[in-house]
Structures are given as structure tokens and as C-alpha cells.
Design a protein around this ligand. Structure first.
Ligand code: ITT
Length: 182
């Protein structure tokens, strides 16, 4: 079973397909851009995005809006994670966290689905901490500075753990289970 995934991000596509393959679902990239509405809730952003893309492609589609919410920064960058990453990257976030004791953070992935009749959002969360320095290859966003709870390595250092417990694993698991139940 194939379903469109509107994203510009090849890493998201790969991670979605790592989950989807377990359900017999293949996510096919649609490079259809959508405006990200301004909202503190990534779920609302994903929902609006899925509706917007559906209106253009007229096929069932998912989008994934993700945010990194850092406790000590009152949830910043949260829904603005892509903008902040473009401007200051993970290294800039580390600077903001210089000398900060409380390093707790939450990654949230919201998968929005729209098929013209149903609009739904599936959330996945991963608790962790912000590392003190960049660790692992700088391939995907904030992975080199995010250490999931109970682990010593960053997501960038341990892709196997990311595949098993990430925010995206959980949001796409929830989506796939629901989609197959239809
Ligand atoms: P879309 O086209 O799907 O929107 P994007 O990369 O712009 O791709 P987001 O707005 O959801 O996606 O991403 C927010 C930022 O967080 C962006 O800089 C990503 O690189 C980063 N990010 C998203 N998921 C991540 C993950 O699992 N690990 C590390 N960084 C991630």
C-alpha cells in the first residue's frame, strides 16, 4: 500500500518507511511545499499542512511537523525548530544552553493525515536531554545534541536506538496502526 508523504526531508522519509515497512505501507515522497502556520502546537501545524497539500494533490497524504522543546528555554525552539536550525544550527542551541544545568528536552513529531473526508493527527514523543557538545555525524537536524532518556549516546551516534524509540517511530506507528484498521 502506498501513501504520499509531503516532505522536503529525505531523513524523515527514510524513518517513516522504516516504520511503514513493518505494516506493508510505503511512504512516497511528494515534494509539494506547504506553508507552516504559526502555532505552538506541532499537531495543529501538521493538520493544517495535510489539509493544504490534500487540496492540491487530491490524494490521501501525510505530513510530519516536528519540534524540539527544551525545558530550560520554556519550550523553545518548539514549532520554530526548522527556522532556528536554519539560523543557528545545533551549535547555536548548545550556546544558548551554555552553563544551564537543566538539560531536559522533548522531541515531538506530529503526523497529519488528510484524505478529503478525514483529518487526523498522530503524535509521538521522546524524552531526553541536550548533550553538552555535538556528538555523532551531523546528518539530520538536532540528532547530534539529543540524548534519549536512559541512553548514553545521541541519536546521531546511535541510529538503531533512534529507529526503536524515536518520536517519529511512535507517531508513524500510531498512524500505520490506525490506517490499517480502516
Ligand atoms: P518538512 O519538509 O517535512 O517540513 P523539515 O526538515 O523542514 O521538513 P520540520 O519543520 O518538521 O521539518 O523540522 C523541524 C526541524 O527539526 C528541522 O530543522 C529538522 O531538521 C529537525 N528535525 C526534525 N525531525 C528531527 C529528528 O528526528 N531528529 C533531529 N532533528 C529533527
Amino acid at each position: 500500500m502506498k501513501i504520499l508523504f509531503a516532505t522536503s526531508n529525505p531523513h524523515k522519509l527514510k524513518e517513516a518507511n522504516d516504520v511503514g515497512s513493518g505494516y506493508g505501507i510505503e511512504f512516497v515522497q511528494a515534494k509539494e511545499p506547504y506553508p507552516e502556520i504559526r502555532d505552538e502546537d506541532v499537531g495543529k501545524v501538521a493538520e493544517a499542512g495535510a489539509k493544504y497539500v490534500f487540496e492540491r494533490v487530491r490524494q490521501p497524504v501525510v505530513v510530519d511537523d516536528t519540534g524540539l522543546f527544551i525545558d530550560a528555554l520554556n519550550g523553545f525552539p518548539g514549532p520554530y525548530s526548522a527556522y532556528v536550525f536554519r539560523k543557528i544550527d545545533s551549535a547555536g542551541v548548545l550556546k544558548l544552553m551554555d552553563g544551564v544545568e537543566n538539560r531536559r528536552a522533548l522531541f515531538v513529531s506530529a503526523v497529519g493525515f488528510c484524505n478529503g473526508k478525514t483529518v487526523k493527527v498522530f503524535r509521538g514523543e521522546c524524552i531526553g536531554t541536550i548533550a553538552k557538545e555535538l556528538r555523532g555525524e551531523q546528518i539530520f537536524g538536532y540528532d547530534p545534541i539529543f540524548v534519549p532518556e536512559g541512553c548514553a549516546k545521541t541519536f546521531a551516534e546511535d541510529a538503531v536506538t533512534k529507529e526503536r524509540i524515536s518520536h517519529r517511530k511512535k507517531s508513524f506507528d500510531a498512524f500505520c496502526r490506525w490506517f490499517l484498521s480502516l
